[in-house]
Design a protein around this ligand. Structure first.
Ligand code: UDP
Length: 235
């Protein structure tokens, strides 16, 4: 698999075209941003850990009936993915109150929700990814109702699978963000799934093991990512 040209450089990743028009290479950087890129930094070896964690999680989901863009991990920082026409809706699923939900509803972080909550955000950095609902999605023609039904179903199934997966490893899956895209008429789960995009709390100590350590300057960021990587990647 040969890298051709850089198609896109984001905050944490670079996307390259390959000699196969159906496939791209995703390169994981150590750069981290928060608060819509107002806060910037690097987390040493983050790219290597997120690449490995995403590989394990995509394989687990794929094995359990979720179609994903994952093809193979190439090396430390690169994975091969099916090329997606990304749907501009970020899907957030939540099991425990944290982050923007705590603020929006005036609730304490840590309250366990009686059922998972699925939310949609418009993927637009210039607007700061505003929250939207199905009417906005229709009016902006971001996806069809049929596509969104499928996406919501996948998001809830991913939630069941990942909650159990992390629970078995002593971790509470608090919330996370998913992105989906179209590939040859199919909806596939894309992007990455890692401590940059999930909130993960140690079940025993309730310590944060995710990007909130960077957002909130809690220290021991590399250590937390390494511990997630160790627990996720061990057989
Ligand atoms: N999230 C993400 N990218 C975004 C926004 C949110 O990966 O652009 C993830 C975030 O890490 C958390 C979940 O989605 O696991 C819910 O985030 P929230 O809405 O609470 O926003 P935040 O507090 O992160 O601004």
């Amino acid at each position: 698999m040969e890298k051709r040209e850089k198609l896109y450089e984001g905050k944490a990743k670079i996307i390259y075209s390959t000699d196969d028009p159906d496939l791209i290479i995703q390169y994981f950087k150590d750069d981290a941003t928060a608060f819509n890129a107002l806060k910037k930094g690097t987390i040493e070896s983050k790219g290597i850990m997120n690449n490995k964690i995403s590989e394990v999680l995509f394989k687990h989901l794929e094995k359990n009936g979720i179609p994903t863009h994952f093809v193979e991990r190439l090396d430390d920082r690169e994975m091969v993915n099916k090329k997606l026409d990304i749907i501009l809706v970020e899907v957030v699923a939540r099991n425990i109150v944290a982050g923007s939900l705590a603020k929006r509803l005036g609730k304490e972080e840590g309250e366990v929700l009686p059922m998972p909550i699925v939310e949609y955000y418009y993927k637009d950095d210039a607007l700061g990814d505003p929250m939207i609902n199905m009417d906005h999605i229709r009016a902006l023609n971001l996806a069809t109702d049929e596509e969104m039904d499928k996406i919501r179903g996948y998001a809830l199934k991913v939630n069941d699978l990942l909650r159990k997966f992390f629970d078995d490893r002593g971790i509470d899956l608090v919330d996370y963000k998913l992105e989906f895209g179209r590939h040859n008429g199919e909806i596939l789960l894309g992007d990455e799934i890692c401590p940059d995009t999930c909130r993960l709390w140690d079940k025993a100590t309730h310590e944060k093991m995710d990007k909130d350590r960077f957002r909130q300057d809690l220290g021991k960021i590399e250590e937390a990512y390494a511990e997630v990587c160790r627990r996720v990647c061990e057989e």
